[in-house]
Design a protein around this ligand. Sequence first.
Ligand code: GDP
Ligand code: MG
Length: 195
Amino acid sequence: PCRGSWSSDSSDSVISTDSGNNLYRVVLIGEAGVGKSTLTSIFAGLQNNLENWDILGEDTYERTITVDGEGATLIVMDTWDNKGEDNWTQDHCMLIGDAYLIVYSITDRASFEKASELRIQLRRTRQAEDIPIILVGNKCDLVRCREVSVAEGRSCAVVFDCKFIETSAAVQHNVQELFEGIVRQVRLRRDSKEV
Ligand code: GDP
Ligand code: MG
């Protein structure tokens, strides 16, 4: 119901019959300790309703959500810090995502600088592709420990041509919005390819 006027009814029905179009692999990357696993588990609803979730592996979760009236199945991969397992090297993580959440902590400037490095690395790895990315400043509840301002986060996202959001996994602020936002970013690119 909430689609843009340029998207006709007929193309909608084509999309909805092809479930492959609505399955998105979302990979969280960022320095250890910034809150990737906590964000994932909040979105996964691991704190409350377990039955909503298919746990595909220790750090991979699948959940279907409705965004703007359309379903999207997210495979959320929190595999970045699994350095021990050969199958999940960071190089592999850079290759398999349909979309990325680059997470830093607003209380840790080094993690913010790392986020920039990761953005550059991702661009290099996936050169020809226009990959949906959201830069995520997590731990925004820790106002007294803030080392990275909102303005810095926002301008970094402008430079790196991606979206920006501040979240708090601890107080569950903007977590749902984050995952809905990445679905919208994937769809924007999908829909512009179809026109
Ligand atoms: P990861 O290494 O990126 O997966 O980070 P974790 O999810 O394991 O989180 C690292 C630590 O930061 C844990 O002690 C979390 O409880 C804490 N943490 C994560 N997100 C937040 C947040 O939004 N606010 C606060 N205050 N602490 C957080
Ligand atoms: Mg973790």
